[in-house]
Write a protein that binds this ligand. Structure first.
Ligand code: MN
Ligand code: MN
Length: 297
């Protein structure tokens, strides 16, 4: 646990998120949005902890731009921009939902209010299940539905999902108490009442991460695996981060081979069960005795 690194990562993540919130994204490609946010992170002396997620409408999470992705934000789209920043592996994880159709304002507000209330509940020894209850209550009171099978998470150096989950609903049974020397991301997702309140995996898969460095015995693939390890360790990466060193066709063939050999796993996009619009808000915090140090505030 290195508080200085966390604070620096948090400050940068927060600045970049607020710049993304203020910007008018209609007409921009997801490629330009992702690349521009990542360039800002690097420009401030940190690194992206994962490819910027730019997930539209019924896609709740885990979409990042493909190389040359021409998908363009349209009027009426609801765009979740989820940003990870790391300093020496210490990660700040934060997200904002942008949309320009006022009909979604109160849905966006529901996720933001649930996050604000959850953050007020967070402190050393607070139970994760109580945070879930607060999130579910606030979203429900505003007439919406939390996404039940998405949750916040503990963070560790170079590990984004470090094993503990902070639910977005009230859960019976096993829970844990927040620890003062551990970082946690809290991230309410909400959809409308007609939604299922559950996400499932979609077909698109464009975020990857190393699971094993065991040589695949294919020389070219192992060279790529070594490059990915040297650049990103176990953190997630996108193909567009490697097109400086490989042409896209060859890169895809080698990555597919490494996926087949189980050296690399893929994170599929997560889609609302009834195809309804999803919104998200997220902060990273470190619990203290009296409250929490919200590093992405
Ligand atoms: Mn996130
Ligand atoms: Mn997160």
């Amino acid at each position: 646990m290195n508080l200085e690194c966390y604070l620096k990562a948090g400050r940068i993540a927060s600045k970049v998120r607020e710049a993304a919130r203020r910007k008018y994204h209609v007409g921009s490609t997801l490629f330009d949005i992702c690349e521009s946010v990542e360039a800002q992170i690097r420009g401030m002396g940190a690194q992206p902890a994962f490819p910027v997620n730019a997930s539209l409408n019924e896609i709740a999470a885990h979409y990042t731009a493909e190389p040359g992705d021409q998908t363009t934000v349209k009027e009426g789209d609801v765009l979740k921009i989820d940003i990870g920043v790391h300093v020496d592996g210490y990660i700040a994880d934060t997200a904002v939902t942008v949309c320009y159709d006022p009909k979604y304002d109160s849905l966006v507000k529901a996720a933001e209010s649930a996050l604000a209330e959850a953050v007020r509940t967070a402190r050393a020894n607070a139970k994760a299940s109580d945070i879930g209850k607060v999130i579910e209550t606030v979203i429900g009171r505003m007439g919406y539905r939390p996404i039940q099978n998405l949750s916040g998470h503990s963070l560790q150096q170079y590990v984004i999902h470090a094993g503990k989950s902070i639910p977005n609903i009230w859960t019976v049974g096993s829970s844990f108490a927040l620890q003062p020397n551990e970082a946690y991301a809290i991230e309410p997702f909400a959809t409308i009442k007609d939604g299922m309140g559950v996400v499932h995996e979609g077909k698109v898969r464009n975020i990857y991460g190393i699971t094993s460095r065991k040589p695949s015995k294919e020389k070219d693939a192992d060279e790529l695996l070594e490059m990915i390890w040297n650049r990103y360790r176990t953190l997630p990466f996108a193909l567009r981060w490697l097109t400086d060193a490989y042409d896209e066709g060859r890169l895809r063939r080698l990555v597919d081979a490494l996926v087949r050999k189980k050296n690399i796993h893929v994170y599929p996009i997560l889609v609302e069960g009834r195809g309804k619009t999803v919104v998200q808000a997220e902060h990273t915090l470190i619990p203290t005795d009296g409250g929490a140090n919200v590093i992405t505030l």
